[in-house]
Design a protein around this ligand. Structure first.
Ligand code: ME8
Length: 508
């Protein structure tokens, strides 16, 4: 049978030489979802990339005394290196300076112009350069950009416009008929009530005040507005407007665009309208997640709360960082980042619950048997409960992942791990070991623990891929069934600690 496809994207990032832990947030979650879908047999296409045009980049390149292309070429590797160190399993990395993307964006713009969805006019308005966003007077907060709180400035120039107004009613109808399109629910209401219902103004989609962008094919003194350029990445990467669009046929529409809450607006208003105008189906879901914040504010170098995420990876290990990000923040809401919370989580869950369980279990197998062990026909009164938890785990995770409650999916795995530790305390293998007549029970207890570790190890694979692999190596068993098996044989390897306990730091 042909595998079902699953196309998942992160936003494309502004290239930067200083990404912070917040930047890793969208990508780690997207990676966990992509890996989960692969584990469940989907044909996954997972895409990320960099958003390399715009005035901000042009200004930075100018300051650095290089061309914008030289500037982005030099720093794009920083994103790729960071994703590599976080074990991000993307299938495609798109750069908006890639030739095929630039050509396709030009064709998109020309098509929309020729069919009358883009027209020429004059732009007068307010622009926030850092956010690359246009605002109307009424959208400003205290006269400043509502997203970043910085000054906006007035611009006036000949420009092209996209007819958002023409599609307004169709968009509202679509959103209302597809309650899963914008998630979580609160963001959907915000989009409809604050942005769409008050009336969509046509959007200025070209600029003449700077050069670093994709030139409009038929009027090259204009460059394409960076959000039209950027949003198109989700289809140009699949070959839209090229000679070979088999990937588009296979993977479009996207199943999930995972984005930060501040860019939901672009993904649920401009993007669907572009797609309607291009006569393409809309993505199945746009999920707007919250921010990882420090002291209530966003993380940024200028706020002085920045640290390169690779330092955390170096100090605590990649899976500790992944675990923290996936576990700490209820999806959709904001979460607070602190290095001490990362340490506390690592110690409490990864070292004390997971690491300890694996270590204790393998040490007991080595000590009491030091031979392959099997399920025996001797039982204890505590077995059935543990086996039931093992058997229920897969369905619980499926239920949580279907609504992207990644943190709760992880929590359900740790519930089984905690129950397994409790099972050791209840079944007291060290007492069974002293009694010659209870060796069968002892072997069953250790077998059940190994089954719990095996099933949890597989379940952890999308979230903590490195740790999952180490668990599989230690228990020396590659059975993939996500439920309790009765006929496994375990010839385990010597244990080594999966996670070291870390000292909490005094100063943060
Ligand atoms: O917005 N916590 O790029 P970007 C959580 N190029 N997420 C955060 C965060 C934080 N502290 N800081 C940043 C752009 N992010 C555009 C996208 S898509 C067609 C174009 C997230 O580099 C942010 O919410 O500013 C966004 O999802 C992603 O990082 C990229 O942000």
């Amino acid at each position: 049978m042909e595998k079902e496809k699953y196309y998942i994207t992160t936003p494309i990032y502004y290239p930067s030489s200083d990404f912070h832990i917040g930047h890793c947030y969208t990508t780690i979650i997207a990676d966990a979802i992509a890996r989960y879908k692969r584990l469940k047999g989907y044909d996954v296409f997972f895409q990320t990339g960099t958003d390399e045009h715009g005035q901000k980049i042009e200004n930075k390149a100018h300051e650095a005394g290089v061309t914008p292309k030289e500037y982005v070429d030099k720093i794009v590797g920083n994103a790729q290196d960071l994703w590599k160190s976080l074990n991000i399993s993307y299938d495609k990395f798109i750069r908006t300076t890639d030739d095929y993307h630039e050509r396709a964006v030009q064709k998109i713009f020309t098509k929309l112009y020729e069919q009358g969805d883009i027209y020429k006019g004059e732009y007068k308005g307010l622009y926030c350069t850092p956010c690359e966003s246009f605002w109307t007077e009424s959208q400003l907060v205290d006269g400043k950009c509502p997203d970043c709180g910085r000054e906006v400035h007035e611009v006036k120039e000949e420009a092209y416009f996209l007819k958002l107004s023409k599609y307004q009613d169709r968009l509202v109808e679509y959103i209302e008929a597809h309650p899963e399109f914008i998630q979580p629910e609160s963001r959907k209401n915000e989009m409809i009530n604050n942005f769409i219902k008050p009336g969509l103004e046509d959007l200025c989609v070209s600029r003449t005040s700077f050069k670093w962008g994709i030139p409009v094919e038929f009027d090259p003194k204009h460059v394409v507005y960076v959000w039209i350029d950027a949003l198109s990445n989700y289809i140009t990467s699949l070959g839209y407007m090229s000679d070979d669009d088999h990937l588009l046929q296979r993977y479009w529409p996207a199943d999930l665009h995972l984005v930060g809450k501040e860019i939901v607006r672009f993904h649920t208003i401009i993007w669907p309208i572009m797609l309607m105008a291009l006569n393409l189906p809309l993505p199945k879901q746009v999920f707007g997640h919250g921010w990882l914040v420090i002291d209530g504010g966003k993380i940024s170098k200028s706020l002085g709360n920045y640290k390169d995420p690779r330092e955390y990876i170096k100090d605590y290990g990649v899976d500790a960082v992944r675990y923290y990000v996936l576990r700490e923040v209820p999806f959709g809401s904001d979460g607070t980042f602190s290095e001490n919370a990362l340490i506390t989580r690592t110690n409490a869950d990864l070292a004390n619950v997971l690491g300890n369980l694996v270590n204790r279990t393998l040490a007991m197998v080595k000590k009491y048997f030091d031979r392959p062990i099997k399920l025996t026909d001797q039982k204890t009164e505590f077995d059935a409960n543990l086996i039931q938890s093992i058997d229920e785990l897969d369905a619980i995770i499926a239920e949580k992942m279907a609504i992207l409650h990644v943190s709760e999916a992880l929590e359900s795995i740790f519930d089984v791990l905690r129950k397994s530790n409790k099972y050791i305390d209840d079944a007291t293998p060290w007492i069974l070991a002293k009694d010659e007549s209870r060796q069968g029970e002892l072997e069953t207890v250790l077998y059940n623990l190994l089954e719990a570790i095996r099933v949890c190890g597989i379940a952890l694979r999308p979230f903590l891929p490195t740790t999952s692999e180490k668990i599989q190596e230690q228990i020396n068993n590659d059975h993939e069934e996500p439920e309790y098996l009765k006929d496994n044989v375990y010839a385990v390897n010597s244990p080594y600690p999966l996670f070291q306990r870390i000292e909490v730091k005094d100063n943060n």
